[in-house]
Design a protein around this ligand. Structure first.
Ligand SMILES: Cc1cc2nc3c(=O)[nH]c(=O)nc-3n(C[C@H](O)[C@H](O)[C@H](O)COP(=O)(O)OP(=O)(O)OC[C@H]3O[C@@H](n4cnc5c(N)ncnc54)[C@H](O)[C@@H]3O)c2cc1C
Length: 505
């Protein structure tokens, strides 16, 4: 039976922490991953009790946190959407449209009753004796502290700190007379009319924000230290245009377009490994005709890394380039020397005037939502642990996590991981086990350990800044992660849950 979790009276002797009850599964995070996990759990195990806890005051995770003008997906929504819920719009969607899609999922599958907002998980302690996690929560609205217990913890917390964005400190910031804003905390009433705006950064956020504000602002300058790869596909895929007159059922359209995009993403990802120079040339040359006459493409739009070592920023229908052509936006590639009273002085000595500075400088990575983990009273230092297939962590019993792809749509992996977690719960049930923990086999003990993210493979700033606090991977399956989707969609559904790397008790 599925059940809502009641908040009961305080347990004796713990006045300030209230006992919030026990659930079979506790999901942390109500973003794309947590909502997907909740759908699959309810679908596969209708009799199990569960709850979804999120620190924020609404659903959507990333799409709730990021509400700056123009916020949208980079991925197509046929693959960014779940496999069980057809996407009906154009391929690229605005943040609000993604939230509306998630709302439909929540409504259609009755997930609302399981989600508790303003519940920040601060600590999780496993007890082998009791075969359960004790999860401590602080409510954002009341400050009240709660204690849940659960047999299985499913971490869907995303990869960055939602409350604290990454913003470097630059010289002279204190004397700047204008306003500094971060896209993660966009003021709803920010008036851009007639303002000179400098956007620091050139990733996906800058690329989506600039065309959206260029209409209102007097001028927008994209100030970047180094260039990013851009790709300008049409908002509507030509295959979708061709299929439209056939009036196909939504499910067919979703499936056909998913296959098309998976294949396209795979080709690009493979090419980035096998023919990086060709892909580099393709990306640069496809931008050239969209840029203003005489634009210095080598300086501003020719990255120094291999394509896909960092995310390729999508500019649907080339809207960023249109803003450059129309003179509403411009690009400066240089280092920041200092903020001045009225702008930013860069390495060349030029001063860029600014009324508003937007720091599109990215995230602070967070390890499992900054939850303090213990196992039988011992604090968990994740740097000493290994991933098991990018789904569990060595030495942590009854805990799975959902982490999506960087190079493909995140959500493709949400469905795959949910299937695997479902198989794992069934396997425990079949064995009569109350505990499962990834454990190194004797032949794995001298395995060569690798960093969480191999810099040769993926080296975005937020990943590199945080390598030292992340768990590791090994040199062989199942101790690896960050495989490509075409490999994983074969491997994960067939993964052997009795290969000796999972200890059941
Ligand atoms: C602007 C932007 C655009 C993006 N576009 C794309 C794209 O087009 N394609 C793509 O594949 N990826 C994209 N991404 C990556 C994106 O983060 C993932 O696609 C996806 O949204 C992650 O979902 P999630 O549910 O795993 O995590 P999140 O969206 O980060 O949500 C996690 C939730 O968990 C909650 N949480 C965390 N810790 C705790 C805690 N301790 N206690 C309680 N709750 C907690 C948070 O409050 C949050 O609501 C984008 C990211 C950004 C910032």
């Amino acid at each position: 039976m599925t059940a809502a979790v009641p908040t009961t009276a305080p347990a004796q002797g713990t006045e300030e922490i209230q006992d919030a009850g026990h659930v079979d599964v506790l999901i942390v995070g109500a973003g794309v991953s947590g909502i997907g996990a909740a759908y699959h759990l309810r679908d596969q195990f209708p009799d199990r009790t569960f709850v979804v806890l999120d620190a924020q005051d609404d659903r959507g995770g990333t799409w709730w946190t990021h509400r700056y003008p123009g916020v949208r997906s980079d991925s197509d929504l046929f693959t960014y959407g779940y496999r069980f819920k057809p996407w009906r719009g154009p391929s690229i969607a605005a943040g609000g449209e993604i939230l509306a899609y998630l709302d439909e999922v929540i409504d259609e599958y009755g997930l609302d009753q399981y989600i508790r907002y303003q519940h920040r998980v601060t600590a999780a302690g496993w007890s082998t004796e009791d075969r359960r996690w004790t999860v401590e929560v602080t409510r954002g609205d009341t400050g009240q502290r709660l204690r849940f217990t659960t047999g299985f913890l499913w971490m869907c917390q995303g990869y960055y700190n939602h409350a604290m964005p990454y913003r470097p400190e630059w010289n002279g910031m204190d004397r700047f007379q204008g306003l500094v804003v971060h896209p993660q905390r966009w003021p709803e009433d920010l008036d851009l009319a007639g303002k000179r705006v400098v956007v620091i950064g050139s990733g996906a956020t800058a690329a989506t924000l600039i065309p959206a504000i260029a209409e209102k602002a007097q001028h927008v300058t994209m100030l970047q230290r180094s260039p990013t790869y851009f790709f300008a596909p049409p908002t509507k895929h030509e295959l979708a245009v061709q299929l439209e007159p056939l009036d196909l059922p939504d499910e067919w359209m979703h499936e056909i377009m998913r296959r098309q995009y998976v294949s396209q993403q795979q080709t690009l990802a493979r090419m980035s490994f096998e023919a990086p120079d060709e892909l580099h040339a393709f990306l640069i040359e496809s931008m050239r005709p969209l840029l203003p006459e005489g634009f210095d493409i080598d300086r501003h739009f020719t990255p120094r890394y291999r394509p896909w070592q960092q995310r390729i920023a999508v500019v649907p229908d080339g809207d960023l380039f249109a803003a450059l052509r129309e003179g509403k936006a411009s690009v400066v590639t240089d280092t920041i020397d200092t903020f001045t009273e009225h702008g930013i002085k860069v390495g060349s000595g030029e001063e860029i005037p600014a009324d508003i500075v937007v720091t599109a400088t990215g995230f602070n990575l967070s390890v499992f939502g900054d939850v303090a983990f213990t196992v039988d009273g011992e604090p968990v230092d994740f740097t000493q642990h290994l991933t098991w297939r990018g789904v569990m962590i060595s030495g942590l019993p009854n805990m799975a996590y959902t982490f999506g792809y960087f190079r493909h749509s995140w959500t493709l992996r949400v469905d795959l991981v949910s299937d695997l977690v479902g198989r794992l719960l069934t396997s425990m049930q079949d064995k009569g086990a109350t505990m499962v923990v990834p454990t190194l086999r004797p032949q794995d003990k001298d395995m060569q350990l690798r960093p969480w993210s191999d810099p040769e493979n993926f080296n975005s700033g937020y990943v590199m800044r945080s390598q030292h606090i992340m768990f590791k991977q090994g040199d062989r399956e199942p101790w690896t992660h960050m495989l490509e989707h075409d490999e994983e969609r074969e491997i994960l559904p067939k993964a052997d849950l009795d290969d000796g790397t999972l200890a059941y008790r």
